[in-house]
Unconditional design. Structure first.
Length: 439
């Protein structure tokens, strides 16, 4: 596990310039960290290049984007997309007999999920097929990207691939019990993770979240050699999650959402960055503060760590921008609630002894949950959400935007001369950058 290294400062105005290449190694979604980073690359005048994971037809066959899909994707990205499917993971890759891991999972019922008798020989065949497919597509994609690099350019690779939950009904049912269940519907994450299905999910997480980063680093060696020939830089970033520091009782404290099922894959991601860093490759995993995204919304309670950002911003000193932000936050609350009341309730949650026991055990991360913690977190999440007028337009949406924009600035600036293979961005630095940018 990487040593905790919180970034405390940043150097503005990095050296990336017009003519340099920014490569997004993952698809761009409407809500996500990558949006803030791409904004910085565009502002610097960099040429934007992206990839696609492709699409699957009704029969599950992987294909490139069609003409309309490609046009829409390139318009959203603001650059060229290499239209070679880079679908990560192997849950939909066929074994030698044509059976996929998802096919096997589709036969599992809630009554026998703990003894599903998965055929691991076939799963291994699917895994090897998935590795070969992804590696071949990566090589071809990077070859096309290399041909786009002009003399004298620097290259910024931003790896954004994450996830890996197989698309099977039984997985949805079980993970909902783990992250949303209470009472009789609750399932401890440790029980799920120790099962055969849990082991399959974990390994597919490794394939998507971590091993794709290794493939990018390995297969882009010729690009590093080419750019080194003219004294240029090639840097790599990846988005981690390993908890972050927030303000609790007026002090910075590391904390984490629990149970974070992808945690072991994120640690593998960190290990890959450390391995390549020792070889002289500037690859850095950035552990960013929690935000609300399309994927994180599946995990009720992950947003509880966003609210204390207000306290961190206030600590940096007031300014008109912060005053407007607080008024906008207040407008999202129902008449019977207030921003101060919300913050006090969140503070009480984070200070609870049961929650604190998890926060004070950094070395045990990713830690499994139990019924007591699940009840505390889910009840707190429901109370905070109920304070909003509209659950589709909530306080944490605005706070997420703040984190996305600031983390984009910080990652872009730090990556010119990165300090370590694994760093943490806490609420303190997010607040420092946003207040400085908006004074």
């Amino acid at each position: 596990m990487a040593q905790f290294y919180p970034l405390r400062d940043y150097q503005p105005n990095p050296g990336f310039k017009k003519g340099d290449i920014f490569v997004l190694f993952g698809e761009l979604f409407n809500r996500g960290y990558a949006n803030g980073l791409i904004d910085q690359a565009k502002a610097a005048g960099m040429t934007i290049v992206g990839i696609t994971v492709g699409r699957r037809d009704a029969q599950g066959t992987l294909r490139p984007l069609n003409k309309d899909e490609l046009t829409a994707a390139e318009e959203k990205l603001g650059g060229q997309i290499i239209n070679i499917p880079l679908w990560a993971g192997y849950d939909q890759d066929p074994a030698l007999d044509g059976t996929t891991p998802v096919d096997q999972l589709s036969k599992v019922k809630t009554s026998n999920w703990q003894t599903p008798s998965l055929d691991w020989k076939k799963i291994e065949e699917s895994k090897q097929a998935g590795i070969a497919r992804f590696r071949s597509a990566s090589r071809e994609s990077l070859k096309q990207i290399e041909n786009l690099i002009p003399q004298g350019a620097n290259i910024f690779f931003a790896h954004t691939m994450a996830g890996g939950i197989p698309k099977a009904k039984i997985i949805l049912v079980l993970t909902n019990r783990v992250v949303k269940g209470q009472g009789e519907k609750f399932m401890p994450s440790g029980q799920f993770w120790a099962s055969e299905i849990g082991k399959l999910v974990e390994d597919n997480f490794y394939s998507v979240t971590a091993n794709t980063f290794r493939e990018l680093l390995a297969e882009s060696a010729s690009i590093r050699d080419k750019v080194a020939g003219w004294g240029g830089k090639v840097v790599y970033t990846a988005y981690g999650y390993h908890g972050t520091e927030i303000q609790i009782q007026n002090q910075l404290q590391w904390q984490s959402y629990n149970p974070y099922l992808q945690g072991s894959a994120k640690i593998r991601l960190e290990e890959i960055a450390e391995e390549y860093w020792q070889q002289g490759v500037r690859a850095t995993v950035y552990n960013c503060p929690e935000i609300r995204t399309n994927s994180s919304d599946l995990f009720s309670g992950v947003e509880l760590s966003l609210y204390p950002l207000v306290a961190a911003l206030r600590k940096e000193g007031t300014c008109p921008w912060l005053e407007r932000l607080e008024k906008d936050l207040e407008k999202k609350l129902n008449p019977s609630s207030s921003l101060e009341g919300l913050l006090q309730a969140v503070e009480a949650y984070h200070s609870d002894p049961v929650v604190q026991a998890y926060y004070r055990d950094f070395a045990a991360w990713p830690k499994h949950n139990d019924a007591k913690l699940a009840d505390l977190m889910l009840n707190a999440s429901n109370r905070m959400m109920a304070m909003n007028q509209n659950r589709k337009d909530v306080v944490t949406d605005l706070l997420s935007e703040v984190v996305v924009q600031s983390s984009g600035v910080l990652i872009f600036c730090e990556s010119w001369e990165p300090h370590a293979p694994v760093v943490w961005l806490g609420h303190d630095l997010i607040a420092k950058e946003r207040i400085a940018a908006n004074r």
